[in-house]
Design a protein around this ligand. Structure first.
Ligand code: HEM
Ligand code: FES
Length: 365
């Protein structure tokens, strides 16, 4: 995994994951448009299909962004969510694509057809995005209009909420563009991580965009309320999972006089998964495979990813962040890779798990 390792590979599992993601997004968009048509028909008013599509794509991006940001803390709170950690980056890229379509729409550019005196051909599902649609009655370039038409920067109620959308989209673009492992390797892990923490800046801008947009264009207090509910949900699960980790780290388990630490009953570790414990100065992931136990450092050698949240495949734990693998027995990556993490002696006595200190030094395969 050190050199030439390609972590993003199209495995069958990833294809299924992406298929489910695409199907879910398509179903949401279809449902949104269907309900909009039904609503307009019931109210006996013509439907602005461009406007409905803009809302459908914008809300799909916004909801998916919440799902993407929820996965990390949820996986820390419940191992059931570990599977979702695996392909989180593809979800992030999908958020950007949906946000881009919300702004740009699905349509061919007017040029070069306008130069030939013709209209650009339409294709099914095409619509004008927020940038063009809201500028259609004006005579200025959409981008010029976007940045200059609303100067109410000192007025909360009239604030140009579209510019907050621009900040959000710019952050999503940088993240989607650098999401591939090529950039992870070339930018170095700390820079890459710092860039990806900017998602919270982008999220804050998008909360402002949708909250103010809901109040200004739709005058929809219930949508503004939903935006706040989403914000409270994300804050709550981040705080709860952070607090749980802080509690675990704050009460490190101490060894007895023989150097062994009691970790509690074996039943507390779900079969096929791991439980993470804090020992003096170190987090340890104890994996249970039937009646067999394995204890490894919880810290991945790549970027400190939480190995205790990884799946076990062919006797190796797969890091949930970028797929580095370590053998459960030795802590060594399978050849030709050379990374390895420390392991610990571990045993089960009278139904209780015990781990021995100090750790075994990392050993290469
Ligand atoms: C250049 C960037 C952007 C511009 C110019 C823009 C523009 C707009 C406009 C004009 C509206 C009002 C639509 C209406 O309700 O009539 C809107 C609403 C919205 N936007 Fe954006 N947007 C941008 C980026 C984004 C991004 C990146 C997201 C999500 C990730 C997003 C999510 C939403 C949502 C959820 C709504 C509310 C939809 C509703 O009313 O149901 N926008 N945006
Ligand atoms: S593979 Fe990147 S942190 Fe583990």
């Amino acid at each position: 995994m050190s050199h030439g390792y390609v972590a993003v590979q199209w495995t069958r599992r990833k294809l299924i994951y992406d298929g489910v993601l695409l199907a879910g997004v398509s179903a949401y968009l279809l449902l949104f448009m269907g309900i909009s048509h039904w609503w307009a028909a019931a109210a006996n008013v013509p439907l602005e299909t461009d406007g409905a599509a803009i809302r459908a794509y914008g809300s799909a991006a916004y909801i998916l962004l919440h799902l993407t940001l929820s996965i990390g803390p949820l996986a820390r709170l419940n191992p059931l969510f570990h599977t979702l950690l695996f392909n989180r980056r593809h979800m992030g890229v999908m958020v950007f694509l949906l946000g881009f379509l919300h702004v740009n729409g699905w349509h061919l550019p007017r040029e070069p057809w306008s130069w030939l005196g013709q209209k650009a051909p339409q294709f099914p599902w095409s619509f004008h995005g927020a940038l063009n649609w809201y500028n259609d009655f004006g005579n200025r370039e959409p981008l010029v209009s976007l940045f200059t038409s609303n100067g109410h920067f000192n007025d909360f109620a009239l604030f140009p909420f579209e510019l907050l959308g621009v900040i959000g989209l710019a952050v999503l673009f940088v993240m989607a563009a650098t999401s591939h492992d090529f950039w992870l390797t070339n930018l170095t892990a700390p820079v890459w991580k710092a860039i990806h923490m900017a998602v919270y800046v982008g999220y804050a801008a998008l909360v402002g965009h949708v909250f103010l947009g809901a109040l200004q264009t739709n005058q929809s207090p219930w949508l503004a309320g939903l935006v706040l509910a989403g914000l409270v949900w994300l804050l709550a699960i981040h705080l709860i999972s952070g607090w749980r980790e802080w509690v675990i780290d704050g009460r490190p388990l101490q060894p007895d006089s023989t150097g062994w630490v009691d970790l509690g009953p074996i039943d507390a570790i779900p079969d096929g998964r791991a439980k993470v414990f804090a020992l003096a100065g170190e987090r340890v992931a104890v994996f249970r495979q039937g009646s067999e136990l394995f204890a490894l450092s919880n810290v991945c050698q790549h970027q400190n990813g939480p190995l205790g949240e990884g799946r076990v495949v062919n006797g190796c734990v797969v890091c949930p962040w970028h797929g580095y693998e370590y053998r459960l027995e030795t802590g060594a990556s399978p050849p030709p890779f050379t990374e390895c993490v420390p392991t610990f002696p571990v045993e089960c006595r009278q139904g209780r798990v015990r781990i021995g200190l100090p750790p075994r030094p990392p050993q290469q395969a």
